[in-house]
Design a binder for this molecule. Structure first.
Ligand code: FPP
Ligand code: MG
Length: 290
């Protein structure tokens, strides 16, 4: 599957590149914004936003600025996360604070958050509300993450942590896409639950890959307590730790898929199924899926 050929990917990438190119800002800030936004990530969250607009009967083109806003908040959160985690490598390049210094990196994150607020502000008030809530959840989840080494961080605390720090932006992406299409609360809630479940599964996979030490495009000096470490504390052997963690991933992937089951099986729904697998199950080495 090549997401980079999807219309939604092409549209959001083009909008992001144009926006960054046309920003009339000071040179040092522009250099950092380019470092963060050009050759950035896979644009998964903005694509989900555009797809849920489509799914709920809207025109995805009207959601493009909201999608760029989501990617900017995501980039800001990674810049700040790398300061907190002492992450040296991000997306195969030196992390922002490594390249430009800690103070400038924090300010670049602040700039991206502010630009994102400007971009989301003309949208439906429910979309703007969910956008703000994502940031509130992410920062609360990140606080849980940085104190995860303390006693009493078990599976429930881990799920609460990743639901906030990671899944909240997936869930808001999905609900904002729905609201932009004029969806009612019931439909927006189904999209939100899809986002939450896929976001939790995504973070679990990321944590499993980090535990297996197979990630080569990023690394951090500080490692938080994650699902495999929690199983490790229960005296499981390595194979059991990985297979139990993968079983948890599968549960959340199934839950995400079942939220989509109530929609007609259109090309858009097929893309949402594909993106769900692409960022979860498909990331895992085949030998751990047997
Ligand atoms: C990566 O986790 C980090 C996150 C998913 C969220 C970080 C959130 C914040 C710093 C709060 C930001 C708030 C706003 C409003 C922007 P990780 O360290 O497990 O993953 P990694 O391996 O990719 O670093
Ligand atoms: Mg990190």
């Amino acid at each position: 599957m090549n997401i980079e050929q999807w219309d939604e990917y092409i549209a959001v990438k083009q909008a992001m590149d144009d926006l960054v190119k046309d920003l009339e800002i000071s040179r040092p800030m522009k250099e950092m914004v380019q470092h963060a936004c050009i050759n950035g990530g896979k644009l998964i969250r903005p694509i989900i936003l555009l797809l849920t607009t489509d799914l709920c009967g809207g025109d995805y083109k009207k959601s493009i600025n909201a999608a760029v806003a989501i990617e900017m908040i995501h980039s800001a959160s990674l810049i700040h996360d790398d300061v907190l985690d002492e992450g040296t490598l991000r997306r195969g390049a030196p992390s922002m604070y490594r390249q430009f210094g800690c103070s400038s990196a924090i300010l670049c994150g602040d700039f991206l958050i502010s630009k994102a607020i400007e971009l989301i502000s003309p949208y439906d008030s429910r979309a703007v509300r969910d956008f703000g809530r994502a940031g509130m959840h992410m920062s609360q989840g990140e606080v849980m993450d940085i104190i995860s080494f303390k006693q009493g961080f078990g599976i429930n605390e881990y799920i609460e942590c990743v639901t906030n720090k990671t899944a909240s932006l997936f869930s808001s992406s999905a609900s904002i896409g729905a609201y932009n299409a004029g969806a009612d609360e019931e439909m927006a809630m189904r999209c939100r639950r899809f986002g939450t479940n896929v976001g939790i599964a995504y973070q679990m996979v990321d944590d499993i890959l980090e535990y297996m030490d197979v990630l080569d495009d990023k690394n951090s000096k500080k490692v938080s307590v994650s699902l495999p470490h929690i199983f490790d504390d229960q005296d499981m052997d390595r194979d059991d730790i990985i297979s139990s963690s993968v079983n948890e991933v599968k549960k959340y992937v199934d839950a995400a898929r079942s939220e989509l089951g109530s929609f007609d099986c259109t090309e858009t729904v097929r893309k949402l199924y594909s993106i769900t697998d692409y960022i979860t199950i498909d990331m895992l080495p085949s030998h751990v899926l047997d």
